[in-house]
Write a protein that binds this ligand. Structure first.
Ligand SMILES: Nc1nc2c(c(=O)[nH]1)N[C@H]1C(S)=C(S)[C@@H](COP(=O)(O)OP(=O)(O)OC[C@H]3O[C@@H](n4cnc5c(=O)[nH]c(N)nc54)[C@H](O)[C@@H]3O)O[C@H]1N2
Ligand SMILES: Nc1nc2c(c(=O)[nH]1)N[C@H]1C(S)=C(S)[C@@H](COP(=O)(O)OP(=O)(O)OC[C@H]3O[C@@H](n4cnc5c(=O)[nH]c(N)nc54)[C@H](O)[C@@H]3O)O[C@H]1N2
Ligand code: SF4
Ligand SMILES: [Mo]
Length: 728
């Protein structure tokens, strides 16, 4: 083998040989035993979380045999979490199918050819269009396919197939942050770079548990040399809270009052940056007057944090030279998430903690391409962060895609819940679900079961035919996975990175991109399909669409530059050669006057309130670093499976358990007004008295949640349901 490798290196001339040779020694692979020596190395970015770790696929005789983290690039600096290391394993699962499946009258599945599947797809949706209405079909997209596929899907569905409505699982995840940024900054633009994690002297994590959910970002925090204060604001004493320098266990959903109170206190202390506020923001005086109603005494009563703790927290922000605020789902999934996110943005703006190294109001994204879906899924906004309602934007998109402007909807799509309500009302009858598993993950999965009966035609496109949603489908389209296809993902710091087709897809399987081409052709959309000839061609199209937008990345020299640099952050317009690590360094925002807006509103209680009958508050979220959402991928990796609990559990505070007479390991019922789930009682001081926690990875959890939504972002509030515990 050594000889073969040498021959390969010797015979291959030019940059590829060079990069292979450099990579092998740089990566420390030269010392591997002979039988493990790869014959080729392919670089790609991880397809699980939004961190976007650079990985290397080891190939041997044309087959990918291993994955290791890439040491050459800055994002992960040679580290990966267990999901990254095990990323290939779910691809080789023996139960993957490469043929589409059609549901027979008796409910069983019949494998069919791709041609037949395309025919059924067209017949099914076109029949609904003709017999019901032109807007009776809709789609639900994802943050887990490559950007090129998202844009293709969104264009086909909306401009070609006439689907007026389409949303995605980023509604469950990032809608709040997107709405907050748009209103505050004028565009959905997370301002930070990962370097800020290392350059900050005060880091405030709100409703975020990066130790298990973004473990490699947490490594970057640990690399911070500024002797930082690491503050965690979370009702639970999470792994992150335990590792932090300070933990503020506020009452669930009291964040808004907390941050308004802190703003009021900081203004009272004069701990604000008046010059910055004057030069770069608008609405501060109104905000300052509004927060007068939040003295610390009232904040203490609402949050359960005593005044001395609140003062300590306020002083940390006041004294910090480079303060950064980081938030995730504890904020986004709230009944007033947009206002909470904006309260954090306001704190950053008023203290001048924006645009400088180590600062920022920073929403960490979740899925590997959540950011791609926010810009290019063509669901809530028109391709490239444009507006459906703006005729100039429609004109631009029509010109670049060479389509009739009239084929672009002039109004925004219904949001996710709105789509489901239309299904319930019998107005939407056809649904196409791509790379998401709502029958498990949506806040009201009971609704899914009811809706199935209302839908005339459900098509599910996934890697596996046995997901909770795929099992309900009339037509199942099996897709090739991440690692088997090409395209780009955009990580949390706005970095475009390249995914290579490093692993052979199952024989006969098609990538999502190829499926979209097939379906588009079968629909008769030949011109539109021709515009999306290949992922590479689509990337160039997206670059053109981005021109003149805040996310302009037309200056990236194609996939080649992404491969060479391990990724490039947007913006990267053609005129500027230098990468901009963070946004707003000049204090120029995207609103017409260039100023950021202070946005705020009255705090309101959540829909469900703890009561005598349901005295405990159920929080949900991620349970471990080895479990990914609904488990379709991580449950197919035996090592990851072994490292995670097999049974649904509920974390209960020791005092609550004692009062109820429960012991750890006992099977109990967790019951809400919606329903009940049996779980193993896990007595844990990590949850506060009066609260319980359940991980979202088990399907029963969402069956008992109270459907409640942020009125602005329409994002579900997954983290607040009154429950009681009963012996089972
Ligand atoms: N291992 C693993 N990693 C993942 C994922 C996964 O499934 N598994 N998913 C990825 C995705 S898509 C996402 S979106 C991210 C999510 O990443 P995180 O947001 O870190 O994950 P969660 O556990 O959902 O929620 C974070 C915290 O919010 C807290 N919280 C609940 N209610 C409140 C509240 O009212 N106020 C405050 N301040 N905090 C509250 C919870 O106690 C929890 O610790 O993780 C990504 N990374
Ligand atoms: N209770 C509770 N519920 C929650 C949350 C919570 O905190 N608490 N968090 C919410 C959040 S933040 C999120 S992001 C959602 C996630 O919810 P989902 O998106 O429903 O969860 P996943 O399990 O990631 O589902 C993705 C599906 O896509 C498939 N897939 C993966 N790659 C590809 C591909 O390349 N092509 C195709 N066609 N299919 C592919 C996978 O097999 C899987 O079935 O869950 C939400 N639900
Ligand atoms: S931290 Fe996220 S991107 Fe990095 S290896 Fe783990 S799952 Fe993949
Ligand atoms: Mo998410």
């Amino acid at each position: 083998m050594k000889i073969k490798l040498k021959q390969l290196l010797f015979h291959q001339q030019g940059p590829l040989t060079q990069s292979l040779r450099q990579t092998k020694s740089d990566q420390g692979l030269g010392n591997l035993p002979e039988k493990l020596q790869p014959t080729a190395l392919v670089k790609l970015v991880c397809g699980f979380c939004s961190t976007g770790c650079n990985l290397i696929a080891h190939q041997k005789e044309g087959k990918t045999v291993n994955l290791t983290p890439d040491k050459a690039f800055n994002v992960n600096q040679g580290k990966a979490c267990p999901k990254g290391w095990q990323g290939l394993v779910p691809l080789d699962s023996p139960d993957r199918v490469s043929q589409p499946q059609m549901k027979r009258a008796d409910g069983s599945l019949q494998p069919i050819s791709w041609e037949r599947a395309a025919e059924l797809f067209v017949q099914g949706f076109q029949k609904i269009q003709k017999t019901a209405s032109s807007s009776a079909n809709a789609f639900l997209s994802t943050g887990q396919i490559v950007t090129e596929e998202m844009a293709f899907l969104g264009s086909l569905a909306k401009f070609g197939m006439g689907m007026l409505h389409g949303d995605g699982n980023t509604r469950q995840c990032m809608a709040t942050a997107a709405t907050a940024y748009k209103q505050s900054f004028g565009f959905d633009a997370p301002p930070f770079s990962y370097e800020d994690l290392e350059e900050s002297d005060v880091l405030v994590f709100v409703g975020a548990n990066p130790c298990i959910n973004h473990p490699i970002l947490w490594k970057r925090v640990l690399a911070n040399q500024q002797n930082p204060k690491i503050i965690v604001i979370d009702p639970r004493k999470t792994q992150t809270a335990q590792a932090a320098t300070a933990h503020y266990p506020l009452r669930p959903k009291s964040d808004l009052i907390l941050f308004y109170g802190l703003a009021h206190w900081l203004i009272g202390q004069g701990a604000i940056d008046k010059d910055y506020i004057e030069a770069h923001t608008q609405g501060f005086n109104e905000f300052a007057a509004f927060v007068e109603a939040f003295p610390l005494s009232q904040v203490a009563a609402a949050t359960g944090l005593n005044e001395s703790l609140l003062l300590e927290l306020g002083e940390s922000i006041q004294e910090g030279k480079r303060v950064s605020f980081w938030w995730t789902m504890g904020v986004n999934q709230s009944h007033q998430g947009v206002l909470v996110a904006q309260a954090l943005i306001n704190l950053a703006l008023m203290t001048g903690n924006l645009g400088r190294p180590g600062t920022g109001a920073n929403s960490i994204t979740g899925q590997c391409n959540a950011m791609g879906s926010r810009l290019f899924s063509n669901t809530t906004n028109l391709l490239g962060g444009h507006e459906f309602a703006n005729s100039a934007h429609r004109g631009k998109v029509a010109r670049i895609l060479k389509i009739e402007e009239s084929s672009i909807p002039q109004e925004n799509s219904l949001d996710y819940q709105g789509i489901l309500e239309e299904v319930e009302a019998g107005k939407i009858k056809g649904l196409w679900v791509i790379a998401t598993n709502p029958a498990h993950s949506w806040i009201d999965p009971a609704r899914w079961k009811r809706l199935r009966e209302k839908l005339d035609f459900l098509v599910v496109q996934d890697l596996y035919p046995d997901t909770a949603t795929a099992k309900m489908a009339d037509l199942f389209l099996p897709a090739a996975a991440w690692g088997e296809k090409e395209g780009t993902l955009i990580n949390s710091e706005r970095r475009f990175a390249h995914v290579a087709p490093a692993h052979p897809k199952p024989a006969g399987a098609k990538t999502d991109f190829e499926i979209f081409r097939l379906l588009g052709q079968a629909w008769g959309l030949h011109d539109l399909v021709a515009r999306f000839g290949s992922p590479k061609q689509t990337f160039a199209l997206l670059q053109e669409l981005s021109q003149g937008q805040p996310c302009d990345f037309s200056g990236i020299a194609g996939y080649e530059e992404l491969k060479q640099k391990g990724g490039v952050q947007w913006p990267q317009p053609r005129a500027e050669g230098v990468e901009k690590k963070r946004l707003f360094a000049e204090g120029e925002f995207f609103h017409p006057q260039g100023k950021a807006h202070f946005c705020f509103g009255e705090p309101l209680p959540p829909a469900g309130r703890a009561s005598f009958s349901f005295p405990l508050i159920l929080l949900t979220g991620r349970g471990s670093s080895v479990q990914w959402h609904t488990g379709t991928r991580t449950e197919r990796a035996p090592i990851l499976k072994k490292m995670s609990p097999r049974q649904l559990y509920v974390e209960v505070n020791p005092l609550d358990a004692e009062n109820l007479g429960f012991v750890s390991g006992q099977s109990i019922w967790v019951e809400s007004k919606q329903g009940k789930a049996r779980a193993q009682c896990l007595i844990s001081p990590q949850v506060a008295l009066g609260q319980v926690f359940m991980p979202m990875h088990y399907p029963e959890v969402n069956w008992i949640l109270l459907p409640d939504f942020d009125p602005q972002s329409k994002q579900p509030s997954y983290k607040y349901t009154p429950v009681r515990l009963l012996k089972s």
